[in-house]
Ligand binder design. Structure first.
Ligand code: IDP
Ligand code: MG
Length: 139
């Protein structure tokens, strides 16, 4: 059975462009409940660890530089079928290929600076949520 939580980040490009409000509006309008949320900035070490699966990819350094250049919003979201539904809401990794009305289509520039993160599995949603939230928060 599909889980009911996913993890997201509003990435530095979207924060810089003033899109925190519009993106949160899209998320809550789509029926996601915000279970935990914070405004923070990743260190290079944190970003490298978070994206460790992409360590061997040619864009890894660019990705770490991008994800650490300014503040982000990280959040745990709740909804039935959360992971799959949230991936549909954000759209394809490359905004040029993202469906009309998706968050990346509306607010992202390119495949690197693509406005939002969304977990790709229930397992990764749990790992990523735990990475960003200590467990001392109530959620
Ligand atoms: P996803 O975020 O849609 O799951 P992944 O393939 O897991 O996409 O890639 C993680 C992140 O790495 C992307 O969201 C994007 O910020 C960055 N990225 C992916 N592919 C490229 C690329 O070809 N060039 C630059 N950055 C990329
Ligand atoms: Mg991914």
């Amino acid at each position: 059975m599909a889980g009911n939580r996913t993890f997201t980040m509003i990435k530095p490009d979207a924060v810089e462009n003033g899109y925190i409000g519009p993106i949160l509006e899209k998320i809550t309008s789509a029926g996601f409940k915000i279970v935990a949320m914070k405004y923070t900035q990743l260190s290079k070490r944190d970003a490298g660890e978070f994206y460790a699966i992409h360590k061997e990819r040619p864009f890894f350094n660019e990705l770490v530089t991008f994800m650490t250049r300014g503040p982000i919003v990280s959040a745990i979201l709740e909804k039935e079928n959360a992971v799959e539904d949230f991936r549909a809401l954000i759209g394809a990794t490359n905004p040029q290929e993202a469906a009309e009305g998706t968050i990346r289509k509306l607010y992202a520039k390119d495949i690197g600076e693509n406005a939002v993160h969304g977990s790709d599995s229930d397992e990764n949603a749990a790992i990523e949520g735990a990475f960003h939230f200590s467990g001392r928060e109530i959620y």
